[in-house]
Design a protein. Structure first.
Length: 124
C-alpha cells in the first residue's frame, strides 16, 4: 500500500525571497505569508499549498536548457487564458523567455526573476 502523503510545500532557493515572492504572488494570486521576511518568504494557496522562497548566499541561477547549472526542478502552471496572453503578462512581471522552446504550441518555458525555469500549459 502506498504512503498517504499530500504535498504541502515547495521551496525555491534564490537571492531575494521577497522579490521572488512578489513575482509569484502577482502571477498566481496566492496570499503572502504574514511572517515573510528578507531570509524566507512564502505564499499560501487557499487549499493549503505553500510556495516558499529561501535566501541563499551566492545564489546562482540554473542555466536551462544546458546543464552547466542544473535546473534541479521546475514548476508547471495550467493557465485558462491563451498561452500568448499569459506569456505576455508574465514577461511584463519580470519573467524571462529562453530562446529554446521545445513545444510552443502546447506549453511555454519561462524563467522567473531568479532564473528558475517554469512552464505555463494551456488548460484546453
Amino acid at each position: 500500500m502506498p504512503l498517504q502523503m499530500k504535498l504541502s510545500a515547495i521551496t525555491l532557493d534564490c537571492a531575494d525571497p521577497l522579490a521572488l515572492a512578489a513575482f509569484y504572488q502577482q502571477a498566481t494570486g496566492f496570499e503572502l505569508h504574514p511572517k515573510s521576511d528578507a531570509d524566507f518568504a512564502g505564499l499560501n494557496r487557499e487549499d493549503g499549498l505553500f510556495l516558499g522562497f529561501q535566501r541563499v548566499d551566492d545564489y546562482r541561477a540554473p542555466s536551462w536548457p544546458d546543464q552547466r547549472l542544473p535546473q534541479q526542478l521546475h514548476l508547471c502552471f495550467k493557465v485558462e487564458d491563451g498561452l500568448d496572453e499569459t506569456e505576455d503578462q508574465l514577461l511584463k512581471l519580470g519573467a524571462g523567455k529562453p530562446e529554446y522552446q521545445p513545444d510552443q504550441e502546447r506549453f511555454r518555458v519561462l524563467t522567473d526573476p531568479a532564473g528558475h525555469p517554469f512552464c505555463v500549459v494551456s488548460e484546453s
